[in-house]
Ligand binder design. Sequence first.
Ligand code: C2O
Ligand code: CU
Ligand code: CU
Length: 547
Amino acid sequence: MKRFDHARRQFLQAATLGSLVSLWPDLLLAGEGQKSTTITSTFKPDVEIELFARNDKVSMMSGAATDVYRYHGQLLQGPSTTLSTMPSYLGPTLNLVQGQKVRIHFHNQLAEPCITHWHGMHVPQRMDGHPMYEIAEGGTYIYEFEVKNPAGTNWYHAHTHELTAKQVYRGLAGLIVIRDEQEQQLQLPSGEYDLPIVIQDRRFTENNQLYYRQHGMHDRMTGFLGDTILINGQINPTIPVKTRAYRLRVFNGSNSRIYKLAWEDGTPLIAIGTDGALLEKPESYPYIMLAPAERVELWVDFSGREVGSALILQSLAFHGAAPSMGMRGRMGGGMEGEAMGMMSGLAQGEQFPIAKFRIAEKVSESPQLPQTLIRMKRLTDRDVSNPDRTIPIAISMAHMSWKLNGRSFEMGNVMDIEKIPVNIIQKIRIFHESHQMHGGRGGMGGGMRGGRGGGMGMMMSMAHPIHLHGQQFQILSRQLTDQQATGGYDTVNQGFINSGWKDTVLVMPGEEVTIIKPFEDYTGLYLYHCHNLEHEDLGMMRNFLVS
Ligand code: C2O
Ligand code: CU
Ligand code: CU
């Protein structure tokens, strides 16, 4: 209850601010503010699941078991393939089919509030896992939605107010695999040849426990970086494969680490899907950048490789994503931001191996890579419903915390620029404000840098994976608008896939990304936020009001 009071307090405070719209009374009237705690008798589910968030222990290495949070699932009705277990602390994969009606009874058995969000899914607002719906220990939230998304790899995770980072870190995440007819016709590798690759970084104490520190100033600014890479929740697994083609569903489930994926032997990466769907056709990349929450589906063919040999998926070195914090003026010299990352033991942008595929068996048959994949409507400027109104998502920093459109998260308030009519296609421009501000209300990001008179001029800029709830979007353009902020851009810019359906986009320092996004079918509050989970919990999150 305390937490709800907090929201009410925000509402009361906001009521005195002119440009803000207070939504709580409206939402409560419309029923949107109400938690969904009972089933709808008219909703006839094809799939019904009980999902529990609970404490668990898993064995991750020799010695003591590791205390984790973990989703457990139980199928009440629907195809027997609906839930597949994942190793270690990951939740069961939800295998859904487009068009299915799904009911999920989510039970919070943790001694703290929790709510679950279906990342990438296009669902009604009350089913989206907004933090306003968090439930206390012992509570149940009923989700009911139809699977509207096309075939692709989405995921679900805790989205609890100010606890998302910690809860996801401790294990509250799982995959959602969606299939549809168009995809089935492609006959992509399936069954044991369709592999999830969930990449996460963690740190462990000497006693094998997950180490998480949330409140250090360094972690607040940059996000938490671990020094141990987990694949599907396991440390250093070797993945046995046959000499044939595979479909890899690679997902970055890390709190803030960005990966620059590449095959160790220089084989190009073949991408067949992005966050929300398959691509129109396969695309070849020397490397692919994968920021927190992003997914990429890869086609990899091990045909012709020697049994006993191995192929390693690695993360290559890159620069410019960690904050560059130039201490100028009196302080003289400079402290490179990436050096700050070193404190974690494995800096953002360092090179390291991710996963080892070992050729275990020779087979003679392998499917061929299709030349075309799905039909996709490419959205352009002509599709934008209101060409005169591009909505900004301005990234800035003030008072040692990151902001969106100049503000921190507020549970139930939106600004005018955050109001979007339902059933339109909207253009949104995501950019860094701190480099364009000149003193004034910029706080740290603008003000201090603008201070010409010397003193300690400080520039803070880093890469942010910006995520929007609701429907998937397309990337219209990426542009470098601030050459000064870009150290290292040439080490990442060949690795962005701009052609597919996305729900999360990495915005590098000095970069401006314009996206085009439908806001169809559902009204209510839909979040947009940085998916660096430490940033999100510290308030780098806002709501759009679709109405
Ligand atoms: Cu993974 Cu608000 O999202
Ligand atoms: Cu989401
Ligand atoms: Cu961020």
